[in-house]
Every structure is written in structure tokens, then in C-alpha cells.
Design a binder for this molecule. Structure first.
Ligand code: IPM
Ligand code: MG
Length: 355
């Protein structure tokens, strides 16, 4: 089984190094090959997603990804910015199904900004469509307005769109995931205003008829944003488009108090996947050895489960992570009084030891 290891920028290299140590400690035959991506690839090759990196990613069974981005690239033209690497990988590999679990670990209940009783036991799965919507819709750009409130003025525009097959396949992913959980799906839309999301709602409803055992409800995105902080435990599987999913998954992550703990998986139709922590490159703390590697380590567990068919190894990693939390080990982002503060590398070592 071949894994493309793409650490990227900022804390990406530090956290991925720990996940690689954990993978090597398993008795699973894995071939790992590392390549540059994001700002690091731009510096070395003049492009955030060089041909060689894309080729490696396409050939691999799975990709272990760190994070990309740094403020110093904000002035570059869009096509050369680090973020284009992750968007390019999603597009070129057809990684349309993004799984973002938001789980509140018992040991970390106090780390959330919400009251403990609201989030204790929280276990939500956000399924975000990842290759369509306003992120990829054409045309987009800048031009001179011919109509609107200010004809003749400079304007910018993007295109929000979804085709029926795009909605159908992500809906199937959500219903099937729900069957393995509590059999409830909430589809989030903005059907009261947007044509694209009235269509989304109609198609999800149609697909839902094939899953009579799964309960489907619909929620407008503004209400969903509110309900997520009011009564988050009412949700189970949430399925939504690319843009709303981007926003709601960050909100859901913060409910758990620890974005540093949350893994994610992005899959295509042949179960090839990209696995990355839900957090970003955090250039402000890069190089200090204080980043939390657990989201990346848990992403490696998701990789073993979804793309490599190694459920036992996945569970071993998850149990090891529980164990280090139980031991009271904490990186700065999840630290609370009475615990032991550890570095990125010490956390990695503790997980390896727990394995
Ligand atoms: C995410 C990120 C990306 C996105 C950025 C880095 C392009 O915010 O994975 O949620 O908007 O999808
Ligand atoms: Mg995001």
C-alpha cells in the first residue's frame, strides 16, 4: 500500500512527522513517499502543486496531508497561492466526499467555549461536498458591470452551481454513513433564496426515498449555524454543499474545544483519499514544536480505515490517542490545569508508546 506524504507548510511538517512515526510503529506494510506541496513547493518549483507531486498523489492509495498556507503568499496571484494545492488535489483526484467528524473527547469537555452539558458526548459527522458549488463554478472573475445597482462599475462574480449527479452521489454517501450511525441525516441548504439549493433539497429528498430507514430533515444554513451552538447534540449526520460545509465544519470543530483534535477524510468514488487535520498551517506557532499532532495522527487512522481497509490498525491508533489523553498529556491548545504540558514530539512519542 502506497502513501503519498505531503507535509506542506507551517506546522504541517511537524505534525505529519509524528503521524509518520505512528504509522511506522504499526505492523502494516506501508510504502511512504514524501513530496513538497503548497508554499514549500512554490519556493522549490515555482508552483504549489507541481506535476511530480500530483503524479505521486494520483498513484498512491492514499495521501497524508499536513497543511498549506502562509500570510507571506497572500500577495501572489491566485493560481500560485498555497491553497491552490489542496483545491487542485481535490479537483484532479475527484475527492468529492469530505468527512469531518466533530467529536468531543470526554477528557476535553472543559476545553470548549460552550457549557459542558451541551457538548459532553457530542459526536457529529459533517459530510461536505468538496468538488462543486461556488468554489469551482465557472465563469468567475472581474469585469465591468452591465446591469445591477451600479452599471459601468468594476465588479467581481462567482458562479454557484450543482448538477444532479453531483448532489445524488454526496447524498448517497450521507445516507450510507447514517445507516452505520443513528440513521438520521440533516441536509443543510438555502432553498428559501438560492435556486442551486432548492435543487439540492429536491434531489436529496428524492435520493432519501431509497433510504426509508433513514430519517431525513432539512435546515436552512443560517438556522443550522444557530442550532449548532444552541443544541449541537441534536445533529447526527449533516450533509451540505462545499461553501456551507466549509463554514459549518469550522463552527462544529470549535464546539469540541479543540480543532487540534479533529481529523478529516476526502474520498473519491474509488475510495482513494486525502487525509488531513481539520486545522490549518498555523504559521504563528510553526517551528516552535508546540503544535498538536493528534488531529493528523487521527487522520492517519481514518486513512487506514477508509482507503487501506485496515480497521484493526485504525482502532489501535484511536485507542492509543484516548490513552495519552487519559494519562493527562496535553499540547498547549488543549492544556488545562492539572495536566502535563508536552511538545509535538513528546505527544507523538506518547502515542507510539501507547501503541
Ligand atoms: C478547508 C479550508 C480550505 C477550503 C481552504 C484552505 C482552501 O478552509 O479545507 O476547509 O476552503 O476548503
Ligand atoms: Mg475551511
Amino acid at each position: 500500500m502506497k502513501i503519498a506524504v505531503l507535509p506542506g507548510d507551517g506546522i504541517g511538517t511537524e505534525i505529519v512527522a509524528q503521524a509518520v512515526r505512528v504509522l511506522k510503529a504499526l505492523e502494516v506494510p506501508l510504502e511512504m513517499e514524501t513530496a513538497l506541496v503548497g508554499g514549500a513547493a512554490y519556493e522549490a518549483h515555482g508552483h504549489p502543486l507541481p506535476e511530480s507531486t500530483l503524479k505521486l498523489a494520483k498513484e498512491a492509495d492514499a495521501i497524508l496531508f499536513g497543511a498549506v498556507g502562509d500570510w507571506k503568499y497572500d500577495k501572489l496571484e491566485r493560481a500560485l497561492r498555497p491553497e491552490q494545492a489542496i483545491l487542485g488535489l481535490r479537483k484532479h483526484l475527484g475527492l468529492f466526499a469530505n468527512f469531518r467528524p466533530a467529536i468531543c473527547y470526554e477528557q476535553l469537555v472543559g476545553a470548549s467555549s460552550l457549557k459542558p452539558e451541551l457538548i459532553a458526548g457530542l459526536d457529529i459527522l459533517i459530510i461536505r461536498e468538496l468538488t462543486g458549488d461556488i468554489y469551482f463554478g465557472q465563469p468567475r472573475g472581474r469585469r465591468t458591470a452591465v446591469d445591477g445597482h451600479f452599471p459601468g462599475a468594476e465588479e467581481a462574480f462567482d458562479t454557484m452551481r450543482y448538477s444532479r449527479p453531483e448532489i445524488e452521489r454526496i447524498a448517497h454517501v450521507a445516507f450510507q454513513a447514517a445507516r452505520k450511525r443513528s440513521k438520521r441525516v440533516t441536509s443543510v441548504d438555502k432553498a428559501n433564496v438560492l435556486e442551486t439549493f432548492q435543487f439540492w433539497k429536491d434531489v436529496v429528498t428524492e435520493v432519501g426515498q431509497q433510504y426509508p430507514d433513514v430519517e431525513l430533515d432539512h435546515m436552512y444554513v443560517d438556522n443550522a449555524a444557530m442550532q449548532l451552538v444552541r443544541a449541537p447534540k441534536k445533529f447526527d449526520v449533516v450533509v451540505t454543499g462545499n461553501m456551507f460545509g466549509d463554514i459549518l465544519s469550522d463552527e462544529a470543530a470549535m464546539l469540541t474545544g479543540s480543532i487540534g483534535m479533529l481529523p478529516s477524510a476526502s474520498l473519491n468514488s474509488s475510495n482513494q483519499g486525502l487525509y488531513e487535520p481539520s486545522h490549518g498551517s498555523a504559521p504563528d506557532i510553526a517551528g516552535k514544536g508546540i503544535a498538536n499532532p493528534l488531529a493528523t495522527i487521527l487522520s492517519a487512522a481514518m486513512m487506514l480505515r477508509f482507503s487501506l481497509n485496515q480497521e484493526v490498525a485504525a482502532q489501535r491508533i484511536e485507542a492509543a490517542v484516548q490513552k495519552v489523553l487519559q494519562q493527562g498529556l496535553r499540547t498547549g491548545d488543549i492544556y488545562s490545569e492539572g495536566c502535563t504540558r508536552v511538545s509535538t514530539e513528546e505527544m507523538g512519542s506518547a502515542v507510539v508508546k501507547a501503541l
